[in-house]
Design a protein around this ligand. Sequence first.
Ligand code: URA
Length: 434
Amino acid sequence: MNIVDLITKKRNGNVLTEEEIRHLVMGYTEGDIPDYQMSSFLMAVYFNGMDKEETVALTKIMRDSGDVIDLSGIEGIKVDKHSTGGVGDKTTLIVGPVAAACGVPIAKMSGRGLGFTGGTIDKLEAIPGYKTSLTREEFMNQVNDKGIAVIGQTGRIAPADKKIYALRDVTATVENLSLITSSIMSKKLAAGSDAILLDVKCGSGAFMKTQEDAEELAQLMVEIGKSDGKDTMAVVTDMEQPLGCAIGNTLEVEEAIDVLKNKGPEDITELSVTLAGIMIYMGNKAESVEEGMQKARTALEDGSALSSFRDMVSGQGGDPAIIEDHTLMPQSEFCIELTAWENGYIAALDAMKFGLASQHTGAGRERKEDDIDLSAGILLLKKRGDAVAEGEVICKLYGNNEEKLKKALEEIRIAIIISSEKPENTKLIKKIIK
Ligand code: URA
């Protein structure tokens, strides 16, 4: 097959066969096709899209480019959860233990943060001793013994996606429905679970800025999951403002523990109960989503979810004493506050701007190889709709570099709108797609 002919075919808006897509994807992954030709092909896809059959083919080719994990050694229905990424999203640290406490085995591989979004593995590394890398045997034993293990992704999961995603990132070809769907789903399908729950974010801090686009992405991902024989559901949720009050690694682990103690912020508790409820239902431990949610609430109230978190941490070598003493996690040297400049109501807390400011405190990385400051981040004392009086603290910034904190504070100032009118309530959970 001639590569230029394949690029031309897509550039002219035609449909590629599975064999043609395989030739391009595997040729690029194996180093036979150069970056400039793959970039050109990706831009043709960006403008002309792919139909459902092409998207299914691309997903499966990328899934099969590396290891497809076999979790059959773990009893029960393994349910995975994936979030399309957001600011302050620490739900994996909560819903994993909640679902595990309700009998759903959680064998999860998570990623690191990049840009303005955080990643579960960075957050877990704030726990002293926690091993984010286990051998296959240790991973399986941990799930069979403790009901839950959360580790980092192995390098051999969907290597084709890894290489193509890195190229998309620097060629302005990330935001395409088929490319995002196949990228996320190739990794999820390779991770070996029986069922997949997708949390598709929409709003300023998400890839998908509108609810309509997020629903379209969610629908397509659900169809692709089902076409591979996996029970797949999606929830479309709000990412206009940060989720919960904490952004940054140590701060987010602290907040996740608060939720597990049933004294966390309302929004993240509500989302966690919904996601865990669906996972409990998908894992066949409840007859309906509502019953699953009731079980999730009970697990938060009776301490069983917290105890499952403790088992996960200690089983993976972490110090469970952090549950009672947060100061055992990395602590920052400096803390500065942003106070309200007038009386009124918080009308907006722009999630993306908060994510970027948090990254600039040291909590996030610009490039994959950057080090991060686990103690850095932002703690919100006010959320959208709250009343504020002039001089009252809206948020606190933490970190070990005071100059960086001062700059981040200026960025946050323009991420906040104070209005004399109380804003209308927005729905956190916008839609559940089966
Ligand atoms: N996350 C991914 O893994 N891939 C995308 O294309 C977008 C978000």
